[in-house]
Design a protein around this ligand. Structure first.
Ligand code: SF4
Length: 368
């Protein structure tokens, strides 16, 4: 008997995922099963505006409908496995996926905005030398449900009646433009007025420089913002810091940026992590300024967040960071210095997956 229960547990759950349904599809399915179509809007409200974790919490639905939903659909999404609160108010969420994989999101809270940094892959295949995620290897792409699920998990964390999440940045684990299909589908749901209803202009897709992906993002007409991690002033320097860059040359990345469609008042953001003695010289700053000529852009300078004893890089002295910024400002660029939040809980840029090793990336015990 015990054996047969174990065997039954291994049968894959073939129910469709509730979070994957469009409003029209859900309406049609409800009506086909004898429920009123308007209930679909109520369900969407519970899913996306109230961010409830289960059908049981949809209290204005009749019990018969809740039972049917539970029997007919898998809920989908992600579960919060752990949270770590930073002294600066940001929160790192470690999220468990249905197959036991783990990903991370970071919620950053400022006075007038709440920004969620979300992951697009379990691990990352790009292997940037300064990034803990890249050092941990690649497991798989996230699905669109798992990406939307990170937003819903953060909403649950904030609680009902809390000010909403205002911005989303694809700057967590993974390279979003190597997982275009799921990322674009998630963006469509996050911006659908009947689902999460976020403004596309408040969503930023950040790439390490996948030229074909930048072109696809433009063609998809999602109207989201683009950020590109530049991090180097020469091809050779970039190839040493970001091994993937040896395949996708800087010139083709910059050409894709030049062609990227955006309204006149918008600009591409170039992120430049500053490493002491590696890419932070005045000559580097001048080369960056020359390289970006003709691209409507702004530059964010991010002093490296050291991961003690793990990565062989240091943060440059403050005067060197400011000198770099001044050279770019002198070349008529908007150049800001950005300090990452959540460094004390391993949530800052490049630190994700730094503190729990492989378990954080992929919990093999939970695979069953
Ligand atoms: S910096 Fe981004 S692209 Fe590079 S390894 Fe880390 S997660 Fe991947």
């Amino acid at each position: 008997m015990a054996k047969s229960i174990k065997e039954a547990a291994k049968i894959p759950d073939s129910r469709p995922v509730l979070l994957r349904q469009s409003l029209t599809a859900l309406q049609a399915e409800l009506q086909r099963h004898g429920f009123q179509g308007y209930r679909a809007k109520q369900i969407f409200h519970w899913l996306y505006k109230q961010a409830v974790p289960s059908v049981a919490a949809m209290t204005n639905l009749p019990a018969a409908l809740r039972n049917w939903l539970d029997a007919f659909y898998r809920f989908g999404g992600v579960q919060i496995a752990e949270r770590r609160d930073s002294a600066d108010g940001s929160v790192k969420l470690i999220l468990a996926l249905a197959d036991g994989a783990r990903i991370e999101s970071v919620l950053m809270r400022e006075e007038d905005r709440r920004t969620l940094c979300i992951s697009s892959q379990v691990g990352c295949p790009l292997g940037c030398l300064f990034c803990m995620t890249g050092q941990g290897g690649f497991v798989r792409n996230c699905t669109a449900d798992e990406i939307v699920g990170q937003y819903l998990a953060a909403r649950q964390l904030l609680g009902p009646g809390a000010p909403p999440i205002t911005h989303i940045v694809f700057m967590g684990m993974g390279e979003p433009l190597l997982n275009c299909e799921a990322v674009f589908e998630a963006i469509r749901r996050l911006t659908d007025p009947q689902a999460a209803g976020l403004s596309p202009r408040r969503i930023t897709v950040s790439t390490a420089g996948v030229a074909a992906g930048i072109r696809k993002l433009g063609e998809a007409k999602l109207n989201v913002k683009l950020a590109v991690s530049l991090n180097a002033s020469t091809e050779d320097q970039r190839g040493r810091l970001m091994p993937y860059a040896r395949r996708d040359r800087l010139e083709s990345v910059l050409e894709a940026c030049r062609q990227f469609p955006m309204p006149r008042q918008h600009r591409i953001t170039f992120e430049y992590v500053l490493f002491d003695g590696v890419n932070d010289s005045p000559a580097d700053a001048r080369r960056v300024g020359q390289m970006l000529r003709g691209i409507r852009c702004k530059i964010n300078l991010i002093p490296f967040n050291p991961v003690e004893g793990v990565l062989p890089f240091r943060r440059p002295p403050q005067e060197r960071i400011e000198a770099f910024q001044q050279i770019l400002i002198g070349m008529n660029y908007t150049a800001s210095i950005r300090y990452s939040k959540g460094a004390d809980v391993g949530a800052a840029c490049g630190q994700l997956a730094a503190h729990a090793g492989a378990q954080l990336l992929y919990d093999t015990r939970a695979k069953g």
